[in-house]
Write a protein that binds this ligand. Sequence first.
Ligand code: G3P
Length: 218
Amino acid sequence: MKFFVDTANLNEIKEAASLGILDGVTTNPSLVAKEGGIDFKQHIATICEILNNPKASVSAEVVSTDYEGMIAEGRDLAKIHPCVYVKLPMTKAGLQATNTLSNEGIRINQTLIFNATQALMSAKAGSSFVSPFIGRLDDIGHDGMVLIEEIREIFDNYDIKTEILAASIRHPLHVIESARVGADVATMPFKVIEQLLKHPLTDIGLANFLKDWEKTKK
Ligand code: G3P
């Protein structure tokens, strides 16, 4: 399973990259806004440089809502770095733009996916990633993980190569469940990446080992 960090914060990206488990970064306009007044294209270029891995993927989202605007923005963003995936919303114009840009060889992450038909339509149009938002479905009383399972089943039925990118992940259980049902990628806040590697018994065990080691010196 690939791990992406869902942030535009350079310190978090550097720290996640230093762990040796990071396959990419996803950003969205809300996450970029949190970083204050930045040059967006330069910021995406810096993220790509931090990852320093030709196989990494860095999602940069368009803010146009019309087809022509999305095409222009998408082409512009794709020129920043070979690792860039253009993030397009799952709307009618977004679907049309996915088809046009993917035919030009630009890789697309289709975002704001909330049901299996949206994922299937996006894959047919040529997206590389579909991003179902599981946390936001859970928030409104739907089981986000069921959506991942449905998309997995449908994509497997037709040998669809579009990757399922579990997004809007809120906690470690989302990561475990996404991996169990076969999501290809999990994108998560840096806080969740930190939570994944922690266990209190590890800390207690280490403290006890070190305490016992001190006894060998007496
Ligand atoms: O980047 C898309 C998605 O992961 C957003 O998550 O927590 O804002 O629902 P969230």
